[in-house]
Design a protein around this ligand. Sequence first.
Ligand SMILES: Nc1ncnc2c1ncn2[C@@H]1O[C@H](COP(=O)(O)OP(=O)(O)OP(=O)(O)O)[C@@H](O)[C@H]1O
Ligand SMILES: [Mg+2]
Length: 478
Amino acid sequence: MGSAALAEGPVTVWGPQPGPQSAFVTCPVYEIFFGGARGGGKTDAVLGEWAIHADEYGPDAIGLMVRRTRVELMETFERARRIYAPLGARFTTTPMRVHMPNGARLTFAYLERDSDAESYQGHSYTRVYVEEAGNFPNAAPILKLHSTLRSGAGVPVGMRLTGNPGGPGHQWVRARYIDPAPLGWRVIKDETSGLERIYIPSRVADNAYLGDGYVAQIRASGSAQLVRAWLEGDWSVIAGAFFPEWGARHVVAPMALPGEWARFRALDWGSARPFSVGWYAISDGALPAFPRGALIRYREYYGMAEGQPNVGLRMPAEQVAAKIAALEAKDMPGRQMHGVADPAIFASDGGPSIAERMQRAGVLSRAADNKRVAGAGAMGGWDQVRSRLLGIDGKPMLYVFSTCVHLIRTLPALQHDESRPEDVDTDGEDHAADELRYACMSRPWVPPVRRVTAEGINDYGRGSAATRKARAVSWKVA
Ligand SMILES: Nc1ncnc2c1ncn2[C@@H]1O[C@H](COP(=O)(O)OP(=O)(O)OP(=O)(O)O)[C@@H](O)[C@H]1O
Ligand SMILES: [Mg+2]
C-alpha cells in the first residue's frame, strides 16, 4: 500500500522495504521508536512515512521534523528533497519547509538547546518526527513536543522517532523505548498518560540498499562495543562507556563512619542543569572495608527536577547553601567543613560571585583543580577518578554509599567525546562526575609501584612522579 500511495503515474518514487521499514510506515501506534542499527533505513523510513501520511490527509497533514543540530537537519532536508522533488513538492529554506502539491506541509527544525522546543508550544501538528533521538541528552524537549500533536480535522496524530545506541541520550532512550520490551514489536502503555508506544527494531541486514562494504566500513569505525551496538542494535552495551572500571564493588550500604575521619565536600554548580554536591570521608584504615586513604562518598545532594534527568532546579545559591550548611552541622558538630568547588562559581560579573553568596550562608569552598585531561607531566582529573576506581589489588580507593543514587545512575552512562576520546562527552549528564573529579583532584592518589623480587615478594615504593617512572622502567611492574 505504501508504495502505491506514492506512485506518480506508473513510477514509484519511494517504497518501503519489506520487514521493519514496511511495518514502520503502516504501524498505527501513537508513538513509534524505530531504530537500533546504523544504516537500517531509518531516515528513509521517516521521510517515506511522511509522504504516505501527506498523501492520505492532504492539507490537513502538518508535520514537524526535528533534529538536534543544524548540520544534522540539513542532511535530512537534502534527502527529503531527493525523495519529494519527483512528487512535485516545493521547498523553502526560511523557514525550512516542504510543501507537498496537495497542500500538506512539513517544517524542519533543529533544537540545539532544550528551551528551543518552547517556540513550538501552541503549534498543532499531525506528525512530529525526531531523527536520532539519542543525540538529545535528555527527553525534556521531545516530551514538550507531545503537546503539539493535535488535529482540528480529526487526523490521527503521532510521533515517530529514530535512533542508534551510544549517543548522549542512550540512557533515556533505552529506558523509555527499549527496556520495557527489549526485543521490540510490543505495545507499551504509558503508565501516566495511557498513551501507547512501540519499539520497532531495524538492523543493517534489513536494508537491501547497503552492501557488505557498508558493514565493513562500520566495523572499521569504532570500538568493538560500539560496532556491536551499531550493527546489531544492541542497547545493552553502553557503547563507549567512559568508566568501564565502575562496578558493583564501588557501591556499599550506608554505615556509620568514624567521627574522627577527615571529611570534605565537593560541589559542581548548576541552575538550568542539576548541581551536584558530594560529601567524602577519608579512610584511615580503621575499618576493614576501606583501605587507608580511600575516599567514601557518603552523601549527595543533587539538584535535579523531579523525574527529569539532567534538568536543574534553578535554585538560588543561598538556598542551596543553607541546605548544605544544615546537613554539615550534623556531620561535624562545632567544626567547619571545607570543600572544593567548580572554579566557575568564583567569577563575579558585577555582583557577588556564587561562591561568595554561598560563603555568606556558611558554606566555604576553594576553587577545585579543573584539569580534566592529563598533559605536560600532570595527571588529569579523569585519570584521578579512574585510578581510584581501579585501586590496587582489586581494592578500589573510592566507595559510594548506595544512597548516592545520582552518581550511581550517571557515572556508568558517561560516554567518550567523539572528537576527543580522552575526555567525557559533556552533552551527557556529567555533573556528579565533575564533582567527583574535583574531589579526587583535591586528594590525588597514585598507585604505589609494585616490585616483584626474585622471591616473589611484593614490595611497594612511593616517591616522586619522576622516580616512580624510572622504577616502572627498571623494575618489572606486575
Ligand atoms: N526504501 C528505500 N528505498 C530506497 N533506498 C533506501 C530505502 N531505505 C533505505 N535506503 C537507502 O539506504 C541507505 C541507508 O538508509 P538510511 O540513511 O535511511 O539509514 P539510517 O538508518 O538512517 O542510517 P544512519 O544510522 O546512518 O542514520 C540510504 O542510502 C538510503 O537512501
Ligand atoms: Mg539516518
